[in-house]
Design a binder for this molecule. Structure first.
Ligand code: NAD
Ligand code: UDX
Length: 372
């Protein structure tokens, strides 16, 4: 017996679904926007999302640090769209989920135009939250779903569409902890950030982005997810990205000295990109808003990282020390208890297994093969 929704019990079976539901147009697609999808993490996320035939993926990117090359295998695919768009401008499209990654991540690039970086973090996140609000990032049907209903498809498929959970995920950062006085960092730590320093366009920008996410959640009921990402590495990083793993690997391949910034005892924890993408998707699909640390708790000094790269990639290469930049955090290691308990997630790829995978990609792109 089926209820018609007005508390009257009907003995009639539910109507047959329209024969059109098997047509492509009626597939139960989840339309997912990935901002910053032409970048390093974003393009790996797109690869994973596109594996699911029920997903349509739209990338919005201004190509500041990203490139169409990272998405070349999807360009022209019927379930994929690429838009040249700067998130500091509003975007009017219909989507069910938003992975909001757009923001330069390497210190060299985010410090290059700090005013633009903070605008990207603040205005960009406001715009994406506005989009989430307009398209109904709540446990209600989205505009897309409403459209299906207007067409009169009242079969089991449309019921499924009602259950689509619209939401927005922000890729925040371990930099919200600043130069942390608590070690390892768990999500309850409020951080130690210089609000007027050269890194603050990024650190404070991401902190405001987190604030906006929670204010939209509390005030407008928007379904939010916040990931605090720790240093991530892997294939497709820009060769001249400037971050430490890509620098050391490119230097080792080119026979140039590995430039350890002083003092060299500062630590970081490095997460391989496939683990990261997996963690982000679990967070999006799970029931917890976060913030949740996603990172690999293996902790290395920069000197240890250089030694590892030397041993694995080029035992002949020199290691030198060079000046550092202001406000460089002295230690960083995620406490991932929350990710383990709430998402059932933990990283699988160890640094010594991930570095050779990245080396292979860098050698291909640089056209330098391994010496015999
Ligand atoms: N990789 C890491 O170690 C790391 C650590 C913490 C947080 N994150 C966060 O993850 C996200 C992705 O980082 P990534 O390493 O892939 O960096 P990335 O620089 O490779 O990718 C960022 C992408 O955003 C795009 N972008 C930048 N500004 C934009 C704007 N105003 N409008 C539209 N697109 C814009 C870039 O062109 C690029 O494609 C960023 O939000 C970053 O803050 C990364
Ligand atoms: O050539 C280099 C580059 C960097 N470093 C050192 O390596 C450490 C890591 O520097 P990176 O530039 O890779 O990145 P950071 O850890 O400072 O910031 C990073 O982590 C948090 C993310 O949000 C940022 O997006 C990301 O850039 C720093 O201590 C830096 O001084 C070197 O020793 N040599």
């Amino acid at each position: 017996m089926a209820s018609n929704g007005n508390n009257h019990v009907s003995t009639k079976p539910p109507p047959e679904p329209s024969p059109l539901r098997k047509a492509k147009f009626f597939q139960a697609n989840m339309r997912i926007l990935v901002t910053g999808g032409a970048g390093f993490i974003g393009s790996h996320l797109v690869d994973k999302l596109m594996e699911n035939e029920k997903n349509e993926v739209i990338v919005a990117d201004n190509y500041f640090t990203g490139s169409k090359d990272n998405l070349k295998k999807w360009i022209g695919h019927p379930r994929f769209e690429l838009i040249r768009h700067d998130v500091t401008e509003p975007l009017l499209i219909e989507v069910d989920q938003i992975y909001h990654l757009a923001c330069p991540a390497s210190p060299i690039f985010y410090k290059y135009n700090p005013v633009k970086t903070i605008k990207t973090n603040v205005i960009g996140t406001l715009n994406m939250l506005g989009l989430a609000k307009r398209t109904g990032a709540r446990s209600e049907p989205s505009s897309l779903c409403t459209y299906y209903l207007v067409l009169g498809n009242v079969g089991p498929l449309s019921h499924h569409l009602f259950l689509v959970q619209n939401r927005i995920l922000l890729t925040s950062t371990s930099e919200v902890y600043g130069d942390p006085l608590v070690h390892p960092q768990d999500e309850t730590y409020w951080g130690n950030v210089n609000p007027i320093g050269v890194r603050s366009c990024y650190d404070e920008g991401k902190r405001v982005a987190e604030t906006l996410m929670f204010d939209y959640h509390r005030q407008h009921g928007i379904e939010i997810r916040i990931a605090r990402i720790f240093n991530t590495y892997g294939p497709r990083m820009n060769i001249d990205d400037g971050r430490v793993v890509s620098n050391f690997i490119a230097q080792a391949i080119r026979d140039e000295p590995l430039t350890v910034q002083l003092p060299g005892t500062q630590t970081r924890s490095f997460c391989y990109v496939s683990d990261m993408v997996n963690g982000l998707m679990r967070l999006m699909d799970g029931e917890n808003t976060g913030p949740i640390n996603i990172g690999n708790p293996g902790e290395f000094t920069m000197l240890e990282l250089a030694e590892n790269v030397k041993e694995l990639i080029n035992p002949e290469v020199k290691i030198i020390t060079v000046e550092n930049t202001p406000d460089d955090p002295r230690q960083r290691k995620p406490d991932i208890t929350k990710a383990k308990e709430l998402l059932g997630w933990e990283p699988k790829v160890k640094l010594r297994d991930g570095l050779p995978l990245m080396e292979e990609d860098f050698r291909d792109r640089l056209g330098i093969s391994r010496k015999k």
